[in-house]
Write a protein that binds this ligand. Structure first.
Ligand SMILES: [Zn+2]
Length: 423
């Protein structure tokens, strides 16, 4: 059944305008709401008695709201308010999103209507829909929701206003404000919805870490070396790590005081790092326990850069591979393991020679594997401090290393690490 058919059926059921129903449905589907849930949601909006019209909406504390609730009423403090536009079928919908809290918990929300919510105010939300978002219940405020301002401020154990350090950000965060130094900026032309548009991408840093960003409406203040306060950003996952998104609704203001940037990456245990789901810049310390296949003197497809095995590229079939050096080392710190990927430059340092040396070595031995063997000999069983960008997916955790240094173990530090690991 097409969207058109679903809308037609539902509209005739409810006795309302089809186009209106179709538009609401399209918006919900855009948000990955399953079709049945979208239809129920729309039925509720029109107060269809067959689903909820006569039921009373329960009043709940946020900790008690779960994904099984269809809708709730609740009194909350607004922590953050982000504004964003989403696009569907050439139509723009402006939505508001952020977090609300009470004494028991905090929850994210999406508002499909402009209720003029302000961070810090206390409101009673009547008939807010509940849906699952990133595995958690989320409040959805729409046409059927009422918002009543409450004079007495609700005290909550959470920070109001959306200010955050970069290291705290996770994909899904909305309505966030950051104070950062712009470290790298690249201008890109992309095929946007209105033809070619220019965007900015690069790296931001603060006292806690650095993160990649995209600015969809290039702001003149976003220039390398500038320190800025950016209000109302949202966070998305990009290549396995959180990325700061600056939109047309964000405000960017140059700060008179420069923001200090942390020069070193935050140190994490392998387990902590992997559990975080991905980190743009992290430091791990552990022992290399093995070198994986596909290390040493490898061949890449000249078309796509993938590693070629037995002269075959997965996408391009038989190709004339180009030599490259790479190392995939398994790092173990006792809490978990991660595959550390060393590029040509770092591999050459570890191996003690570049491509020419590796080719000669392989030719003399009449075996390309000797290069991987030499690397294995050098690194396995040694402890390393590794810095880089960690991505985690179904195939495992991979860290693209930017630094890979043998860890000179200072006994005091070792003792501290052991104590920390034991905590
Ligand atoms: Zn290929």
């Amino acid at each position: 059944m097409s969207l058109e058919d679903h809308a037609e059926e539902l509209a005739s059921d409810l006795g309302v305008d089809k186009e209106e129903v179709k538009e609401k449905m399209a918006t919900l589907l855009e948000y990955d709401v399953p079709i049945d849930e979208a239809k129920q949601n729309i039925r509720r909006t029109y107060g269809d008695g067959t689903t909820s019209g006569t039921e009373t909406v329960p009043t709940k504390e946020l900790a008690d709201v779960d994904t099984g609730d269809s809708s709730v009423s609740t009194t909350v403090r607004v922590l953050s308010v982000g504004k964003r536009s989403i696009q569907y079928n050439d139509q723009e919908h402006v939505i508001f999103e952020g977090e609300v809290a009470d004494e028991s918990a905090k929850r994210s929300y999406t508002s499909w209507e402009d209720f003029d919510l302000q961070p810090g105010e206390t409101v009673t939300l009547g008939n807010a829909d509940v849906r699952e978002w990133e595995g958690e219940p989320e409040l959805n405020l729409g046409e059927s929701t009422t918002v009543e301002r409450v004079d007495e401020t609700l005290e909550v154990p959470y920070e109001v206003g959306g200010d955050a350090d970069l290291v705290e950000l996770v994909p899904g965060d909305r309505g966030i404000n950051v104070e950062v130094q712009v470290l790298e900026v690249e201008r890109k032309i992309i095929d946007g919805r209105d033809g070619e548009t220019e965007i900015l991408s690069g790296v931001l840093g603060d006292g806690t870490t650095r993160l990649p960003f995209t600015d969809w409406e290039p702001s003149p203040e976003i220039e390398p070396g500038n320190s800025v306060r950016i209000e109302n950003v949202f966070v998305r996952e990009f290549r396995g790590v959180p990325s700061v998104n600056v939109s047309e609704f964000s405000t960017v203001e140059t700060l008179s005081e420069p923001v200090d940037v942390q020069e070193t990456a935050p140190r994490r245990s392998v387990r902590e790092a992997v559990e975080s789901g991905g980190l743009f810049d992290v430091e791990l310390v552990g022992s290399v326990v093995a070198i994986r296949d596909g290390s040493g003197l490898i061949e890449r497809c000249p078309e796509c850069g993938r590693v070629v095995q037995n002269g075959q590229c997965r996408s391009h079939g038989e190709v004339d591979g180009e030599d490259d050096l790479r190392t995939k080392a398994i790092l173990d710190d006792g809490s978990g393991t991660v595959t550390v990927v060393l590029d040509e430059e770092i591999t050459a340092e570890v191996y003690g020679g570049g491509l020419d040396e590796a080719r000669e070595h392989a030719r003399d031995a009449m075996d390309r594997e000797v290069v991987a063997d030499a690397i294995r000999e050098r690194v396995v069983g040694h402890e390393y401090r590794v810095r880089g960008s960690l991505s985690v997916d179904d195939f495992g955790a991979n860290l693209e290393a930017s630094e890979f240094a043998e860890h000179a173990v200072d006994p005091a530090e070792r003792a501290r690490d052991l104590l920390e690991a034991a905590e």
